[in-house]
Write a protein that binds this ligand. Structure first.
Ligand SMILES: NC(=O)C1=CN([C@@H]2O[C@H](COP(=O)(O)OP(=O)(O)OC[C@H]3O[C@@H](n4cnc5c(N)ncnc54)[C@H](OP(=O)(O)O)[C@@H]3O)[C@@H](O)[C@H]2O)C=CC1
Ligand SMILES: O=CC(=O)O
Length: 326
């Protein structure tokens, strides 16, 4: 008998077919309500679970006593209770690397858009407000030859540094807990304490995972340390920033602007005060959202799932200790 897998996110047909060769699949293309009784019933004999965003909590795991593996179709896995998964001997996997360049492209797009006011001035033209030669009211600030501070110089942070150094002649500062020697050699990135990075950077880009340590890493104290002209970019998770403090920093011009792909609540409430601010560029969490990359992520997640359910090692396991204890 094939193992049963529950998939709760839309994936390409071709990837679904590959999974079906090894597993019996219950497929929810667009699961909105995780307390859906049919979904919870399905979990009872599921051995594999694959999708994204769903908080994998102790309560959810109690509905899935047969589970062997949970596969996130994303690199960030702050939605997983890893300790609980490991305690129960359940493998957890994510999708690193395949989305790195795509996400870095988007983050660089946010930097450019915030600095050169691309989104705002697109509306200016489309709304018929361009009725004389442009003046200072349409000026932005340069990106090239400025200083970019990257908090979280990992895979994506390094790919942003590559674009900044090779394409835009920027100076790179970074803050990590450990050294990133490759970034230091390849992009002349200099490691520094968070306070120094904040004080010296023209653009501050946050790219750490969300963890107990990084929750509200950036708040009013940190915004006050940034230059008045600084542009803050968040591509990590909304909760790495204190959103109320960010609204205050932007509305009282403690910093000049921001480019955001992630928010404390997603989708963001349309009444959120952030959306009333003129000096921000907002995107709906689309870092990895290209057809090519989303397909690669689904392929990798499927490989994790099938390997995990057929006794092979999943290529991107987060809690490898499980492999030795099962
Ligand atoms: N907006 C979007 O659509 C996307 C968002 N993401 C987000 O980006 C995150 C990063 O992805 P990726 O680059 O692949 O991950 P990596 O693990 O490669 O990089 C994370 C970096 O953060 C650093 N870091 C971790 N904790 C801290 C801390 N407490 N203080 C300072 N630095 C820290 C790590 O270095 P060290 O361990 O030395 O501290 C590491 O360099 C994901 O977890 C996800 O949340 C990812 C993809 C798309
Ligand atoms: O936010 C996306 C991810 O892959 O993590």
């Amino acid at each position: 008998m094939k193992p049963k897998a529950v998939i709760y996110k839309k994936i390409p047909e071709s990837v679904l077919s590959v999974i079906k060769e090894s597993c019996d699949v219950s497929y929810y293309e667009n699961l909105q309500d995780y307390s859906d009784p049919e979904f919870l019933e399905d979990l009872k004999d599921a051995q594999g679970l694959m999708g994204s965003s769903l908080p994998i909590t102790k309560e959810l795991l109690d509905h899935a006593p047969m589970l062997k593996i949970v596969c996130n179709i994303s690199v960030g896995y702050n939605n997983f209770d890893i300790e609980e998964l490991s305690k129960r001997g359940i493998m957890a996997t994510n999708t690193p690397d395949v989305l790195t360049d795509t996400t870095a492209d988007l983050l660089f797009g946010l930097i450019l858009s915030a600095a050169r006011r691309i989104a705002e001035l697109d509306s200016f033209v489309k709304e018929g407000r361009w009725n004389k030669l442009i003046g200072e009211d349409c000026f932005g600030v340069d990106v090239h030859h400025k200083t970019l501070g990257i908090i979280g110089m990992g895979r994506i942070g390094s790919a942003i540094a590559k674009r900044a150094h090779l394409g835009f002649d920027m100076d790179i500062l970074y803050h990590n807990r450990t050294n990133n020697e490759a970034a230091e050699t390849l992009y002349r990135a200099q490691k520094c304490e968070l306070d120094e990075l904040l004080a010296k950077s023209d653009f501050v880009c946050l790219m750490t995972p969300l963890s107990a340590e990084t929750k509200h890493l950036i708040g009013l104290r940190e915004f006050k340390q940034m230059k008045k002209s600084a542009v803050f970019i968040n591509g990590s998770r909304g909760e790495t920033v204190n959103e109320d403090d960010m609204i205050e920093a932007l509305s009282s011009r403690i910093i000049a602007g921001a480019g955001l792909d992630v928010y404390t609540q997603e989708p963001i409430n349309p009444d959120n005060r952030l959306l009333k601010l003129k000096n921000i560029v907002t995107l709906p969490h689309i870092g990895s959202a290209t057809s090519e990359t989303r397909t690669k992520m689904a392929v990798l997640a499927a490989k994790n799932l099938v390997n995990g359910l057929t006794g092979k090692t999943p290529p991107s396991i987060i809690n490898p200790i499980i492999l030795h204890t099962r």
